[in-house]
Design a protein around this ligand. Structure first.
Ligand code: ADP
Ligand code: MG
Length: 614
């Protein structure tokens, strides 16, 4: 019989191969040892390196320590105390679990481990060199574990050759140490290179930690982020636009403590800064995402930080909301603050005196029509206090002007809002397309179509949730609209919600025709049939490009189709109303598809461009 060609690799070779993945450079050793120290529940972790970690990586912790029996196993491949079954993997809360790190490191470097559990009388020292049997002896040491890794890749010239200069390797290690320092501000960290201390930090708040690691200049130019949804909690700090740099170095994203890279989330953050920083600039951020560990796949490559989420789109939106929300709250996004001296009396005041009801622009007549505010909208601004966090702040002579315009009573559905001769901002419509609004500190340019789209979108969503039909206009004579098979299928799917939007319509028995008896108030007369067909078509289009919920799509389709268009001239009163309505939206800055609704030009930016220094 022939000798088999296949044979099982000796453990040492298997470990060296694994080391190829786990240990690429001294920084990987630091990372693995620090993660073990974290998993051991340490509160103080100290890291010493020499020659960029090539000569020495020494990590000390005050964690749980190991027994002699554990120490005996620790260098064996797949030796781990962290999981016993596949089920455990899904509940994993530790950073390591493969049981590969120490075995891999010990196959390419000299390793010494000194460890003691706090209740043991003395500790143990393990001494290991590649290819040699290790030995274990009693040791006199403090509770916790020290792992000393010397001469990395000493016997593996091919790998050693690929290491960079000491300074470069040290830079990798420092980056990693900064990341841990940020990720665990509640722990003490000490980091030394050769004989010099790189940092030594005590337990702190995250902001204090950022201050310790990056300096006060940065710590003082940050805005906190704190966002919670069913899906995820996002917290941390984002830098003011002025902190943006030409390199991406200062961006830290953590998922349940792990540093991660994710293009979609990164894009969402940049999206939040759109128009606030230059295209080539990179914002500063330190953000933490907290997700149920069961919903994250941690079984990624040990050196890869890329993560994938079940629902990337939802995560994207959560991140965008988180960033925009905190910018809005902290004055980074324009709010229409108007200086009293520069403002004008509103042009709607004359009409509103005789018409004490809420107002809305009707695009078909160009008139201002009365508007019944949805109940849910009212609850959005329940008290004076909430105004502080709302983006719209009209600065007027006396503060009691505020409530009457933006702080409407919650009690009365058909509430009576009179627009008094307030101080309202100056606005101009340009090219029947853009509305320019002078603000306290510059100018805001609003795209009238996108703004109206946002307003109608939110209103449609509210209407569908409320289940009471939106305001409708009843038609004198019902109109019929002939639908294609595809439109018909969509009609059936969304019929119920169309009613809630204000379409009173039904399928004519035995035909592919829909009869419309009433339409939402925003629909121009003569456009009833067309509007319905357009909404159905738009819905079909969105369905393919934005996998959102059916309702979300319908609301977006309605918003897109019923909104005033670029090219529609607006009266001053219509502009005022549109802008006011816009700022009552939950997310006035972006349209349902993420396009910006407005662009802010701060005065200081104009001054800068014109070379004005004061
Ligand atoms: P993993 O972390 O994937 O379990 P490692 O090879 O990194 O695999 O470590 C193997 C085991 O050694 C760990 O599961 C843990 O039980 C033990 N261990 C390693 N480092 C420490 C430490 N600093 N303190 C306590 N136990 C440790
Ligand atoms: Mg480990």
């Amino acid at each position: 019989m022939d000798e088999p060609l296949i044979h099982i690799l000796p453990e040492h070779i298997a470990n060296q191969i694994a080391a190829g993945e786990v240990v690429q450079r001294p920084e990987s050793v630091v990372k693995e040892l620090v993660e073990n120290a974290l998993d051991a529940g340490s509160s103080t972790i100290t890291v010493f390196v020499r020659e960029g970690g090539k000569a020495l990586v020494h990590v000390l912790d005050n964690g749980c320590g190991m027994s002699r029996a554990d120490l005996e196993l620790v260098l064996r491949r797949h030796a781990t105390s962290k999981i016993r079954s596949l089920d455990d993997l899904h509940r994993l809360r530790t950073l390591g679990f493969r049981g590969e790190a120490l075995a891999s490191i010990a196959s390419v470097a000299d390793v010494e481990i000194i460890t003691r559990r706090s209740n043991d009388e003395h500790g143990w020292r393990l001494i290991s060199q590649p290819l040699k049997p290790h030995r274990i002896e009693p040791a006199d040491c403090s509770a916790g574990t020290q792992v000393i890794v010397r001469n990395l890749f000493f016997d593996v010239p091919a790998r050693r050759k690929f290491l960079r200069s000491d300074t470069t390797e040290l830079r990798y290690i420092s980056e990693t140490m900064i990341r841990y320092g940020l990720s665990y501000p509640e722990l003490s960290w000490k980091f030394h290179d050769g004989n010099s201390m790189v940092f030594d930090v005590q337990p702190q708040s995250l902001l204090e930690r950022i201050d310790s690691l990056f300096g006060a200049d940065i710590a003082e130019s940050l805005v906190p982020v704190d966002y919670t949804s069913d899906l995820v909690r996002i917290e941390g700090y984002i830098g003011l636009p002025a902190l943006a740099r030409t390199t991406k170095a200062s961006q830290y994203l953590f998922l349940n403590h792990r540093p991660i890279v994710n293009r979609a989330l990164n894009h969402a953050i940049y999206q939040g800064y759109e128009h606030l920083i230059e295209k080539s600039a990179h914002p500063f951020y330190v953000l933490f995402l907290w997700l149920d560990p069961e919903r994250v796949d941690v079984n990624v490559h040990p050196q890869k930080h890329e993560v994938k989420f079940d629902d990337e789109r939802a995560m994207y939106h959560a991140m965008l909301e988180a960033v925009l929300g905190s910018m809005r709250e902290h004055d980074l996004i324009p709010h229409l603050r108007v200086r009293e001296a520069e403002s004008v009396a509103p042009l709607v005041s004359a009409q509103s005196a005789t018409n004490p009801q809420p107002l809305l622009v009707n695009r078909l007549t160009g008139e201002i029509v009365s508007l019944q505010q949805p109940a849910t909208k009212q609850s959005r601004l329940p008290s004076n206090q909430s105004l502080r966090t709302e983006p719209l702040r009209w600065r007027t002579a006396t503060s009691e002007h505020l409530p009457s315009l933006y702080n409407r009573p919650v009690t009365n559905e058909l509430e009576q809002r009179t627009v008094e001769p307030h101080v309202l901002p100056r606005m101009w419509q340009m090219h029947n397309k853009y509305i320019f609004v002078q603000t306290d500190d510059g100018i805001v340019i609003i795209d009238q179509h996108i703004a109206h789209e946002r307003i109608l979108y939110e209103r449609a969503l509210d209407a569908m949730e409320r289940a009471t039909p939106e305001r409708t206009q009843r038609l004198m004579f019902p109109v019929e609209v002939e639908l294609t098979a595809r439109e018909l299928a969509i009609f059936r799917e969304v019929e119920h919600d169309l009613h809630r939007l204000g379409y009173e319509c039904r399928l004519v028995q035995g035909r592919s025709t829909v009869e419309i008896a009433a339409v939402p108030i925003e629909i121009a007369s003569g456009k009833e049939a067309e509007s319905l067909r357009e909404i159905l078509d738009q819905y079909a289009e969105y369905q393919t490009i934005r996998p959102a919920s059916a309702r979300d799509n319908l609301a977006a389709s309605f918003g897109c189709r019923a909104a005033i268009k670029a090219g529609d001239p607006l009266s001053p009163a219509q502009m005022q109303e549109l802008v006011a309505e816009l700022f009552r939206c939950r997310t006035p800055e972006v349209c349902p598809h993420g396009r910006p609704v407005m662009i802010h030009f701060p005065l200081r930016e104009l001054d800068r461009r014109f070379g004005r220094t004061s």
